[in-house]
Write a protein that binds this ligand. Structure first.
Ligand code: SF4
Length: 393
């Protein structure tokens, strides 16, 4: 607490050496040089929020030099392959154990209906994820992706996530590389940064022990980058992690991005979002609530932009923080509002209360003083889809 009070004080009250060191780190960040773990910690503990947001916004302008006044957004639909899962994460209200009466595997007719509804709303992509089903291996996913692409060749599949890839590769007895290669050949276009939570294994053992380790998560992304499969990265924060574990998460993601082959896209975007606690085991049994304030979210988002100098896009999590904080974040390092997320089931099951239509997300961006532009998963601007009113820019 003491730390936060100090961080919120205007810089004029800070002692000279602290101000000098803060300025030196900001200079380094503004030169797009990677700051160290210790420097990131120093900023979080000593810089004021307006300073952090100012510097993060300047870096955003450097990274998005051609489009400084534009904030992008997307239309896609979350569809879950299955809610059967053996990972048993302590923050998840979505999954059901094998054999549970409410468990399901999505059938072909449901996919067709949901995809056609999504096309009618102007979407172009399924965010296709699900639980760690103990019986569904590589053959099942290959067949599913192949069917989806044969019905709808124009459909984009932003699918699975590193923990699911680890699970599929383990039950299929093949490497991460082969798993991804076969999925890519079957139609998987890109891989979301799901299941990263906090990459430190102390944290993972306590909140998601049945999921892959932090190093396995990063290794799947290294293999995806070798295949030039675009990816994103996320951080779910504000539960049991320390500040150092949060910073370690950012630094490890940055390191993997530096390792990617030169001609590979790597991580297209980074999305930090606060843990949603409503009715989760973590809240009910351990008493861990989501206490992330707007100040803490904006500090963490700004720090993400400052540390991740080699990642192009920082996305606001409007679903978890709401439109007002999301608008402020557009002045603190973020350049993308994410998707309207037609049918989101996982985070919403843990209490995320916000919803956006295509009109509302554009108005939210405009109210903040930016021009909204629809994009695809590769951050290319998309033309106006039929049936969607795009605001003139
Ligand atoms: S978060 Fe994903 S892996 Fe964890 S229990 Fe829920 S469905 Fe399973």
């Amino acid at each position: 607490m003491k730390m936060r009070i100090f961080a919120e004080r205007p810089s004029v009250f800070r002692c000279y050496p602290v101000a000098m060191h803060t300025a030196a780190i900001f200079d380094k960040a503004l030169a797009l040089e990677p700051i160290s773990h210790e420097e990131a910690r120093f900023l979080y503990e000593h810089a004021a929020l307006p300073e952090m947001m100012y510097v993060a916004n300047e870096i955003r302008k450097l990274k998005k030099a051609g489009t400084p006044g534009i904030v992008t957004w997307q239309i896609d639909r979350n569809v879950n392959t299955t809610n059967v899962c053996v990972a048993n994460c302590k923050f998840c209200n979505f999954f059901r154990v094998p054999g549970h009466p409410d468990s399901y595997i999505t059938d072909d007719e449901t996919y067709k209906r949901k995809i056609e509804e999504m096309f009618a709303l102007g979407g172009d992509q399924l965010l296709l994820q699900g639980g760690h089903h103990p019986q569904l291996g590589i053959d099942w996913y290959e067949a599913l992706f192949t069917r989806l692409k044969s019905w709808y060749p124009q459909l984009k599949l932003h699918a699975l996530g590193p923990p699911e890839v680890v699970h599929i590769s383990e039950i299929s007895g093949i490497s991460y590389y082969e798993t991804l290669q076969r999925l890519q050949a079957a139609g998987m276009d890109s891989i979301p940064g799901a299941g990263a939570e906090i990459l430190n294994d102390r944290v993972r053992r306590l909140i998601s022990n049945g999921k892959c380790t932090g190093e396995e998560w990063l290794e799947v992304m290294r293999q995806a980058h070798k295949l030039d499969m675009p990816s994103s990265a996320t951080m779910m924060f504000g539960h049991i992690e320390t500040l150092d574990e949060r910073i370690e998460h950012l630094v490890r993601i940055r390191a993997v991005q530096y390792e990617k082959p030169e001609d590979s896209v790597g991580f297209r975007a980074f999305i930090p979002w606060p843990y949603q606690d409503d009715g989760t085991l973590l809240q009910r049994v351990k008493g861990i609530n989501n206490d992330v304030s707007a100040h803490e979210y904006l500090m963490t988002l700004a720090l993400s932009r400052i540390v991740l100098v080699n990642i192009e896009n920082i996305q606001v999590s409007w679903l978890t923080v709401g439109p007002k904080v999301a608008q402020a974040a557009l002045y603190g390092g973020a350049n993308d509002m994410g998707s309207i997320m037609i049918e989101e089931n996982v985070v919403s099951a843990a209490g995320a209360p916000f919803r956006f239509t295509s009109d509302e997300i554009q108005k939210c961006i405009q109210e903040a003083g930016f021009s909204p532009r629809l994009r695809d998963q590769q951050y290319n601007f998309r033309p106006q889809p039929q049936g969607v009113t795009l605001v003139e820019v």
